[in-house]
Design a binder for this molecule. Structure first.
Ligand code: ZN
Ligand code: ZN
Length: 347
């Protein structure tokens, strides 16, 4: 098969005759139709990851067709269109049993320990089927839209923790694809005012096509002042930091109203120095500060429903569709923020 091999740091190689994956007798082989590039793919490309051992095939936002089923597989038939979640939880540990499978202590993921989707075929093991992260795609949905279920599932998990209520004012810092997904989902959940702050000019321009009430150009105006102005000095109900910035995290604490919440959704680069946070602000204002990462099977199920119902129009995020061979161009488009979502087509 054709596959992109992450050979070593900064080295992605397209191979035309890479060996096909072995059919698991209780799983199936997926023919990859659409795979989206995630910001984390760019980070792995440059910096590697403890759970990725090169040479390896990465990519974890995948939709495709069931190509060959194993003898013992009864849940899926050849020709069915499916989308994968990225994380395969064990189903048995403390967190799995509590329904927080994204915190599974035995987690394995497509594109990390398992082969990813930057290839024509992938083996889908029994564990993924059992974990219910393989979902059938509704007929009216394209593969390109469906493969964005995985990142949206992470956003669904994040907003579950942020507890957005109808009528809320929500501040989102960062207008990348994740920040824009947060904006669309918050709207679907009934947020009445969505304020989006961004520093990159290209992204501010692209954000104009989305349903945002107040777009803050963080180069021209202090985002905190703008948020206070837009909330009658109170601050927002919910603040979501969808940017890898410690300064934005520290400032977000001041953007939340009393009893509001702050979600550190975006992680910071490894070896970032610790961020000074005003804990007295949290204390006296009774602000809830939390993080979120990854997604559980239930979040994937809900994400697909939000996409299928048209309430979260992920198709608006797709700025580039490229053949798999153009992986390096795609990574560059994501890294330079020229693109929102880049979809690769292996066929
Ligand atoms: Zn991702
Ligand atoms: Zn587990």
């Amino acid at each position: 098969m054709k596959a992109v091999i992450f050979e070593s740091l900064d080295n992605m190689v397209v191979k035309e005759n890479f060996p096909d994956p072995k059919l698991p007798e209780d799983g199936f082989i997926l023919k990859v139709e659409s795979v989206a590039i995630c910001g984390s793919d760019v980070r792995i490309f440059h910096r590697g990851h403890t759970n990725v051992k090169p040479p390896h095939i990465i990519g974890h936002e995948v939709a495709g067709t069931v190509y060959k089923v194993g003898e013992k597989t009864t849940e899926f038939k050849e020709g069915e269109r499916v989308v994968l979640g990225a994380d395969v939880p064990c189903g048995k540990c403390f967190y799995c049993l509590r329904g927080h499978q994204n915190n599974c202590t035995n987690l394995i993921s497509f594109g990390y320990q398992l082969q990813g989707g930057f290839a024509q075929f992938m083996a889908v093991p029994r564990e993924a089927i059992n974990a219910k992260i393989v979902q059938k795609i509704p007929e009216h949905l394209s593969f390109d839209e469906a493969c964005l279920t995985e990142p949206l599932a992470c956003v669904v998990n994040g907003q579950e923790l942020s507890k957005i209520h109808s009528g809320d004012t929500v501040v989102i810092i960062g207008a990348g694809p994740i920040g824009l997904m947060h904006a669309m989902l918050a709207r679907a959940k009934g947020a009445i005012k969505i304020i989006l702050s961004e520093i990159a000019e290209k992204r501010l321009e692209m954000a104009k096509k989305f349903d945002i009430d107040v777009l803050i150009d963080a180069n021209r105006e202090d985002p905190l002042e703008a948020v206070l102005r837009e909330t009658e000095g109170l601050g927002a109900d919910v603040v979501i930091v969808a940017a890898p910035s410690g300064d934005a995290q520290a400032q977000a604490i001041y953007m939340a109203r009393n009893l509001g919440s702050v979600n550190f959704f975006g992680g910071l680069p490894p070896n970032t120095k610790e961020i000074p946070i005003n804990t007295n602000r949290i204390h006296y204002k009774e602000v809830f500060v939390h993080g979120s990462h990854g997604s559980s099977p239930k979040d994937n199920a809900l994400a697909l429903k939000f996409i299928a119902s048209g309430q979260v129009q992920v198709g608006k995020l797709i700025t580039h569709i490229l053949p798999l061979d153009k992986i390096n161009e795609g990574l560059n488009l994501v890294e330079t923020r020229e693109a929102l979502k880049v979809i690769l087509k292996p066929w």
